[in-house]
Design a protein around this ligand. Structure first.
Ligand SMILES: NC(=O)C1=CN([C@@H]2O[C@H](COP(=O)(O)OP(=O)(O)OC[C@H]3O[C@@H](n4cnc5c(N)ncnc54)[C@H](OP(=O)(O)O)[C@@H]3O)[C@@H](O)[C@H]2O)[C@@H](O)CC1
Ligand SMILES: Nc1ncnc2c1ncn2[C@@H]1O[C@H](COP(=O)(O)OP(=O)(O)O)[C@@H](O)[C@H]1O
Ligand SMILES: [K+]
Length: 512
């Protein structure tokens, strides 16, 4: 699913209005009816007080139109116009007239008004600002936002929590309404997925307001969401007359005394993701535990007892994952540099591999084309330097990806896979995965996918989705707190099966 910029959404509006030969107020009406249906399905006429706070632009117009539908269905409403400007949008005014025709007179709020009383069991509809916000809200509007927050009432935001810009973080978190839920038109907004801005709405949903499908399909966006629909076409099926050689030989290089578990987890995840053969290359102290714990994995050893000191392998791997638990000992840095000089095999670099790369930037020139880097935020900072905010971070990562012809997986609550000008945002995973070793599992999965023949970008997208989905399936048994990296690995199989699960159909009662 594509994520559009504000400009693209305005253009889609314009295009739709022309093509469908409708007025812009018709689009606003569709938006309002959709929100009304959403609320009506849940509230079923309940006489809970609904406070609608409406700005004077089109977001406010949506709120005013919604108020009319709620009133027509007998809901208990109070309508306020947040009068932050004298320039009101045309469709706001049309809907204000329609409301007045029904004898509903909103209360106008401005800088010296008294703020309305709101009960904690009431509902707030936040239609103050939409995607047209272009400067910080004034102080009295910020006070109103605070007032909404302290009321503890349920806040439903229209399109986007008011006060959120589409392309930068707010200057102050008080400048944004804190939404419990957001109903966003046609497509989710990028800001829902970034750490700095995503926390302003607990949950979100998209409402289809019938913008032109051709326009949406042909317009290129810079970000896309990755869900089941996006990864299913990437899936490579297992063939009947195949053998383990068909599915590649993965090599995982890493480990050091005290951090052998990382390789263990990666190698196991790599097998569970479907790699035909897996070899782990570790210092000598890793041999016994690895051989004992995962008999399916072959082990090749360094000459050094506790650290990797020279990387040598005597077979042609299909894919290599390097860096997990490897440490940054001088000998290891030397071994890593030597390896990078000669390696041509598709590569996934994680953890200490990234740290060494950050300290030895000349090695970036040696990256095989389309190498996958999997940094968590700290590792990313070491690699690309500090950033001012999440938006600048994305810009810098895109430039880095283009410059070094690599794919960067920015790990987090919504992991983002960056490939040149595109960012693919993952929708699976949960906070239970903030646990030791879960990144090592991801490295193993992606290496195993490349070994099986997935091109690196597809391996990154499919792997990140599968990893998160496995985490989601595992917590059904473990809960968030008890989820461990091992349990994520054990759920990889279920996550594969789930790709093909048919959604449950609602039961229809047959007539007798
Ligand atoms: N296809 C869709 O998705 C559809 C979307 N629709 C809805 O339209 C919404 C976008 O509406 P919008 O363009 O009128 O902008 P909105 O956010 O209401 O702001 C209003 C105006 O306020 C101003 N302003 C800005 N910042 C300010 C500030 N800090 N303090 C004071 N004033 C400030 C600024 O005007 P300015 O003063 O700069 O001239 C701005 O234009 C969208 O979110 C959705 O709800 C549907 O109706 C139909 C289909
Ligand atoms: N709150 C969260 N929601 C979803 N996924 C998360 C969350 N926190 C962490 N993860 C995922 O868990 C993994 C953690 O990786 P990393 O920090 O490298 O762990 P480690 O170094 O212990 O292996 C990443 O894939 C990340 O996307
Ligand atoms: K809003």
């Amino acid at each position: 699913m594509k994520l559009f910029s504000a400009e693209q959404i305005y253009a889609a509006d314009k295009f739709t209005i022309q093509k469908q030969k409708i007025g812009s107020d018709e689009l606003m009406e569709r938006a309002a009816v959709q929100i009304f249906n959403w609320l009506h399905t849940r509230m079923q006429g309940a006489q809970v007080k609904i406070h609608l706070f409406c700005g004077i632009g089109n977001n406010g117009g949506d709120g005013i139109a919604l108020a009319r539908h709620l009133q027509e269905h007998g809901y208990n409403i109070a309508v306020y116009v947040v009068n932050y400007s004298k320039t009101r949008s045309k469709d706001f005014l049309i809907n204000l007239e329609r409301l007045k025709d029904r004898k509903i007179w909103p209360e106008f709020l401005d800088s010296d008004c008294e703020l309305p009383e709101i009960g904690k069991d009431d509902v707030i509809v936040d239609a103050i600002f939409g995607i047209g916000l272009n400067r910080n809200p004034e102080k009295w509007v910020v006070n109103l936002m605070k007032h909404l927050d302290v009321s503890q009432a349920f806040v439903l935001s229209v399109d986007i929590p008011s006060g959120l810009f589409m392309n930068k973080p707010p200057d102050n978190e008080d400048f944004v309404v804190k939404a419990n839920h957001t109903l966003s038109f046609q497509a989710p907004k990028l800001v829902f997925f970034l750490p700095q801005t995503g926390r302003f709405t607990d949950t979100w949903e998209v409402l289809d307001i019938g913008l032109d499908t051709e326009y949406l399909a042909t317009t290129k966006s810079e970000f896309e969401l990755i869900g089941k629909n996006e990864v299913l076409p990437l899936y490579l099926p297992r063939k009947k007359f195949s053998h383990k050689g068909t599915y590649g030989h993965s090599l995982l290089i890493g480990g050091s005394l005290g951090k052998m578990g990382a390789v263990h987890l990666s190698a196991k995840a790599c097998l569970y993701a479907g790699s035909g053969l897996v070899t782990a290359y570790v210092p000598q102290c890793g041999t016994l535990p690895l051989q004992t714990n995962i008999p399916e994995v072959m082990v090749a050893t360094d000459t050094n007892e506790t650290q990797i000191s020279k990387i040598e392998h005597h077979f042609e791997p299909s894919a290599i994952g390097i860096g997990i638990g490897m440490g940054t000992h001088d000998k290891t840095i030397k071994a890593f540099s030597g390896f990078m000089e000669n390696n041509k095999v598709p590569l996934v670099i994680d953890a200490d591999g990234l740290n060494i790369l950050s300290q030895n930037k000349e090695l970036l020139k040696k990256l095989p084309a389309q190498t996958i880097l999997t940094p968590h935020p700290k590792e990313l900072e070491r690699l690309i330097g500090k950033w001012k905010d999440d938006f600048e971070k994305l810009k810098k990562v895109k430039a880095f990806s283009k410059k070094w012809d690599c794919i960067i997986i920015i790990k987090g609550a919504h992991t983002i896979i960056v490939h040149e000008r595109m960012g693919y945002i993952n929708t699976t995973g949960n906070p239970g995965m903030a646990t030791a070793g879960s990144g090592d599992v991801l490295t193993g999965i992606i290496t195993g996918l490349i070994a099986q023949g997935y091109i690196p970008l597809h391996a990154a997208m499919f792997g990140v989705y599968l990893h998160g989905r496995a985490g989601d399936m595992a917590i059904e048994k473990t809960g968030y707190q008890s989820l461990t990296a091992t349990r994520i690995i054990e759920a990889i199989g279920k996550a594969y099966i789930d790709l093909f699960a048919v959604p449950e159909q609602p039961q229809v009662q047959e007539e007798k």
